[in-house]
Design a protein around this ligand. Structure first.
Ligand SMILES: [Ca+2]
Ligand SMILES: [Ca+2]
Length: 429
């Protein structure tokens, strides 16, 4: 595992003034990124978010619960529902309505989840309302929005849902290819199924008389009116886009698609794009023809922004472009890998893979919240705080990496030596 222990220190404008002694002291002590333990003792957490800046973090557990971590780490249960939970099934996604905290909004107190139906394993999007103080979901408020039939495989259920900044009407939904090796039903390229796609639906209108189907197809979706293509589709050719995010400053959609046997990949849909990209699965895995499947690269595919191979990890967990004010990682994309447990920051324009980025794993493990294991997800707070979700039962907040108090003391001691050693020369002039 490569290490970059002095990345913060090397950027300090003070360094040219500091003696070799102070530099050595700094390099020896800046081995951690500051972290805060949000909660521990969780059962298979897979997501974390905070819709309001009140100190509470909402954490999704795969087996069907949403827990609230209070500022002191105390846990309470916000929602508990039955879900199918074998393999990659479960309660997988959570998105608070952009109007959640606005009493004048149609989305006031509303949130959305994606989960696997406990009976037949279908992927279900449903909405709920919370109670007045946000401490518990109102179970009776449940409203089914969309249901996608799933084949009889337990894997590739994707799960992420989210809203694009500035667009309160349309919910984006990540759907995996339904599972199995090599996408046996070719769902990723089948435009008549919602599997293997990024979807975009209007949750404030209803095109369907069916009381259990409650959404509308946005008129500006890329395939509206195109024969043989479902209007809900925003992007095609995805395998298992487990964790994705919008850059809250640019509106870019970062899709992290889990690879099969060779390559993990990241794709960016620019904020200005109306969608319609074909990201290639199952013909393409990353930037190669899928071994055993692909022939000649089909025309019109969009290759990933970057890929990585098995020496880095085996299941990408997409993260966020950091937009927390004051963070030294501001503008960089932070993501990880579930299997290797490694975490990187790379350029915020998608031009770098992990080999060209900065590995943060060791720096985070050495922080106050301790070692992380399987990285299941990242999450973002109301002010852009970055959370890291450890599937083993922990959520950690990555604090803006500033030197620790002990580092500053050593740095100042080093500066003092410089000043003391400089004085006689000044006096001699
Ligand atoms: Ca309806
Ligand atoms: Ca692809």
């Amino acid at each position: 595992m490569s290490k970059t222990p002095v990345r913060s220190a090397l950027r300090s404008p003070l360094l040219p003034m500091v003696s070799a002694l102070a530099l050595a002291a700094l390099a020896g002590s800046a081995h951690a990124l500051d972290t805060r333990l949000v909660a521990s003792g969780l059962e298979q957490p897979v997501y974390a978010t905070a819709p309001v800046a009140d100190g509470r973090v909402y954490i999704v557990q795969k087996e069907g619960q949403i827990r609230i971590a209070a500022p002191d780490g105390t846990l309470s249960t916000f929602l508990s529902i039955p879900v199918a939970r074998s393999s990659e099934q479960g309660l997988l996604g959570l998105a608070f309505d952009p109007g959640y905290a606005d009493p004048t909004s149609v989305g006031y107190r509303r949130f959305f989840i994606q989960y696997s139906d406990s009976g037949n394993g279908d992927s279900v999007i449903a909405s709920y309302l919370s109670n007045a103080d946000g401490s518990a979901a109102v179970v009776a408020s449940r409203r089914e929005v969309l249901r996608v039939d799933q084949p009889n495989f337990g894997n590739h259920k994707a799960g992420w849902i989210g809203f694009k900044p500035g667009d309160a009407n349309n919910l984006f939904i990540a759907m995996g290819d339904g599972g199995g090796g090599n996408d046996p039903q070719n769902n990723g390229q089948n435009r008549n199924t919602l599997l293997g796609k990024m979807l975009r639906i209007d949750i404030n209108r209803d095109d369907f008389a069916d009381p259990n189907v409650n959404y509308a197809i946005p008129g500006d979706n890329p395939f509206v009116g195109v024969a043989g293509t479902r209007g809900e589709i925003f992007n095609i050719g995805l395998r298992n886009p487990w964790r994705n995010s919008f850059d809250r400053q640019t509106g870019d959609l970062w899709i992290a698609d889990v690879g099969q046997g060779r390559l993990e990949e990241v794709n960016i849909v620019p904020g200005s794009s109306g969608g319609g990209q074909n990201f290639g699965w199952r013909w393409r895995e990353g930037n190669i023809n899928t071994p055993g499947i692909g022939g000649v690269r089909p025309a019109g595919l969009t290759d990933p922004n970057f890929v990585y191979e098995r020496s880095f990890g085996a299941s990408i967990t997409g993260g966020y472009v950091v937009r927390e004010a004051g963070s030294e990682l501001f503008g960089r994309y932070v993501f990880g890998d579930f299997v290797s447990g490694r975490i990187w920051s790379v350029a915020g324009d998608g031009s770098q893979g992990p080999e060209a980025g900065e590995e943060l794993t060791e720096l985070i493990d050495n922080g106050a919240a301790g070692d992380l294991g399987n990285i299941a997800s990242f999450g973002e707070g109301a002010n852009g705080e970055l959370y890291i979700v450890d599937f083993g039962g922990k959520v950690v907040q990555l604090l803006s990496p500033i030197p620790e108090p002990g580092t500053w003391a050593l740095l100042l001691a080093g500066l003092g030596l410089v000043v003391l050693r400089g004085r006689p020369r000044q006096a001699a002039r």
